[in-house]
Design a protein around this ligand. Sequence first.
Ligand SMILES: NC(=O)c1ccc[n+]([C@@H]2O[C@H](COP(=O)([O-])OP(=O)(O)OC[C@H]3O[C@@H](n4cnc5c(N)ncnc54)[C@H](O)[C@@H]3O)[C@@H](O)[C@H]2O)c1
Length: 288
Amino acid sequence: MAGRVEGKVAFITGAARGQGRSHAVRLAEEGADIIAVDICEQIESATYAMATEADLAETARLVEAQGRRVITRVADVRERSQLAAALEAGVAALGHLDIVVANAAICPIGPDVPAVGFFDSVSVDLVGVINTVEAAFKYLGSGASIICTGSMASMLTGLVDNPAAGPGAAGYGHAKRAVARFVHEAALQLAPLNVRVNAVHPGNIDTDMLQNEAMFKLFRPDLTNPTREDAQAAFGSSHRLPVTTISPRDISEAVLYLASDAARYVTGQQLKVDAGALLPSMTSGAPL
Ligand SMILES: NC(=O)c1ccc[n+]([C@@H]2O[C@H](COP(=O)([O-])OP(=O)(O)OC[C@H]3O[C@@H](n4cnc5c(N)ncnc54)[C@H](O)[C@@H]3O)[C@@H](O)[C@H]2O)c1
C-alpha cells in the first residue's frame, strides 16, 4: 500500500533530534525522502545543549532504515545562504520539494539569561521560520504543504511570560505568537497557488528543550535543585488530558496529516496538540 506522503520530498529544520527527527522518520515511514538540516552548534544564550553532527547522522540513519533517501546539511536557520545551499543540494539530489517543516527553535530559560537571549530567541524562532519558508518557496508548486511549529506555552499566561522565565523565554513567546500570525497571513497569500500553510502548537513535549535543568527550575521553583522526576508532574499541570509530557511522535502524526493530501483543503489552521491545555483560555472566544 502506498504511504500517505509517498514520493514527496520534505525539508525539515532542527532535524537532528527531538521532534524534528521524529517528523523526519514518520514522514519517511510514509514514503517521503528528507532534506534534514540542523545547526549542530551551541547558541551561547541557550541554557541547554543544541544537537550535534552525530545526532544529525543518526536521523539520517533512521530515515535510510525506512528505505528512503536523505540529504543532511549543517545549517543555521538565521542564515539564509546556508538554508539556500542546503535546499539547492537537497532538491538537486531528490528532484523536487513538496513539504516544509519549519521546526527549529531555541528556548533559553531563566532570569540569568542575558538580554541578548531575547533577540536570539526571536532570530531563531521567528526570523528562522520566515527564512526557512522563504528559502523553500521557489521550489514549491501546486499541492505543496508548509508546516510551522508554534507553541502552546506562547499562548498561555504564566509560562514563558513569567518574569522568572527571563528574556530568552519572553523572546520565545513573542516569536511563537508571531509564527501563528505569519502562518495565518502566509496561508491567505499562498492559497491561490494551492500551497497550504499550517501551524502545529505542541504542549509540553518529551525532548531536550523541556528536559533540562533550567526548565526543571522554572517548573519547580519550590526546590533548590529539582530533578527530572521532580519536574515531571509539573510538566503536565497545563495539560487537561491526563498526560505529563507528550511524545514527539504525537506531534509527528499531526505534521504527517497536514503534509499529506488528506489535508489538501486544510490551510491556515493552528493545530494544537496540547492535551487540551489551551481550552480554558479560549472559553471567552479568543480567535486562536
Ligand atoms: N519540547 C517542548 O516542550 C516544546 C513545546 C512546544 C513547542 N516546541 C517546539 O517544537 C520544536 C522542536 O523542538 P524540540 O522539542 O524537538 O527541541 P530540541 O531542542 O530537541 O530540538 C530543536 C532542534 O533545533 C536545532 N536548532 C536550534 N537552533 C537552530 C538554528 N538556529 N538553526 C538550525 N537548527 C537549530 C537544535 O540543534 C535541535 O536539534 C521547536 O520549534 C520548539 O519550540 C517544543
